[in-house]
Design a protein around this ligand. Structure first.
Ligand SMILES: NC(=O)c1ccc[n+]([C@@H]2O[C@H](COP(=O)([O-])OP(=O)(O)OC[C@H]3O[C@@H](n4cnc5c(N)ncnc54)[C@H](OP(=O)(O)O)[C@@H]3O)[C@@H](O)[C@H]2O)c1
Length: 307
């Protein structure tokens, strides 16, 4: 099985995100649990969650709880699975999302996440999004404290600009191991943050790699990808995930799954043994799309995400 380094961890080249299992339109609990188990049984060893993946105001941590329970059902065979969670965002129950990067809040949110995940420490704790009302350095200071207290093993930041990555690296040093930004295989974003991650030896966790819930099912979007792999039985979405891997050694896609079938498909993508010609075609397509994207791109704030 192919692996990638993520700070102190070695994980599968493709992870999975569990968000859709707990937000609006979520499936029944048992289907979600099956999807998580299928991902791990297929070889995936990285799962992304967050305390704010829930609907009602009274169900904070719904997704962390679900991930923890599904992994517990797998027993010791899930001990090697790296679980990443996030703090710094809240959902009051009316469908909206709000950032909250106050240091005291982050500390209490992390402690609650640790209790829900039921582990000795949180593998990777990520600031969900910088809070414009709080100095970025203050939010990062809270993460550093949590790390120094042994509550988290490694740190990440999400929804950040290249400038924020640079500042975070200066403050957190080697404790910072990951940056999680939106990056769809179909649209391509600005490359600055990925390039910076490569230079700083940080893992770029590509969220929304299939464009989100609706876009992921638009087969027309993925035909171009599939066309680079006609001789294989891969779906366009699998080829798209593989193309993200080929864009940069720093990228680790975290597709969201709610069904065992898609979980297994993602796991298979992460362990593909690609023939050289296939790799070259993927690379050529990735390069041409990257050039097109750079021509129209400018450095921009990644914007407020949903999730
Ligand atoms: N940091 C942030 O602010 C932030 C924001 C958004 C998301 N995220 C993270 O990123 C993860 C993924 O994002 P996302 O769920 O919004 O977008 P996504 O991964 O682009 O799309 C999810 C959709 O892709 C489908 N899918 C996954 N693998 C597939 C495959 N191999 N073949 C066909 N369809 C496939 C899923 O289908 P099924 O549901 O049928 O399985 C689901 O409908 C989230 O779970 C979360 O962990 C982070």
């Amino acid at each position: 099985l192919k692996t990638r380094n993520l700070g102190p961890f070695t994980v599968s080249t493709v992870g999975v995100g569990a968000m859709q299992m707990s937000v609006e339109g979520r499936p029944p609990y048992e289907q979600s649990a099956q999807a998580i188990r299928a991902a791990v049984e297929g070889g995936i060893t990285f799962i992304d969650t967050a305390d704010c993946y829930h609907i009602g105001a009274d169900e904070v941590g719904h997704n962390e709880d679900l991930v923890a329970r599904a992994l517990a059902q797998l027993g010791s065979s899930a001990n090697h699975v790296v679980v990443a969670t996030k703090g710094g965002k809240r959902r009051p129950g009316d469908g909206s999302w709000h950032v909250d990067g106050r240091p005291d809040y982050l500390v209490s949110a992390c402690e609650a996440s640790l209790a829900r995940l039921g582990r000795d420490f949180i593998d990777l704790y990520q600031l969900h999004e910088p809070d414009p009302r709080v100095a970025f350095e203050d939010s990062l200071g809270a993460l550093q404290t949590l790390h120094d207290q042994g509550k988290v093993r490694a740190l990440g930041i999400s929804n950040v600009t290249a400038e924020q990555v640079t500042r975070a690296k200066l403050i957190l040093g080697d404790c910072l191991v990951a940056v999680q930004n939106r990056r769809s295989a179909a649209t391509y974003g600005v490359d600055h943050v990925v390039a910076l991650c490569e230079a700083l030896d940080l893992t770029f966790l590509a969220y929304g790699p299939l464009g989100g819930k609706g876009a992921a099912n638009e087969d027309a979007t993925w035909q171009a990808f599939r066309a680079t792999a006609l001789e294989t039985a891969l779906s366009g979405q699998q080829v798209a995930l593989a193309s993200l891997l080929h864009q940069s050694p720093a990228i680790l896609p975290i597709p969201g799954v709610t069904r065992p079938e898609t979980a297994r498909a993602c796991a298979a993508t992460g362990s593909l043994a690609l023939d050289p010609g296939f790799e070259a075609r993927l690379h050529a397509m990735a390069e041409s799309r990257r050039v097109a994207a750079i021509a129209v791109a400018d450095e921009r704030d990644p914007g407020a995400p949903d999730g």
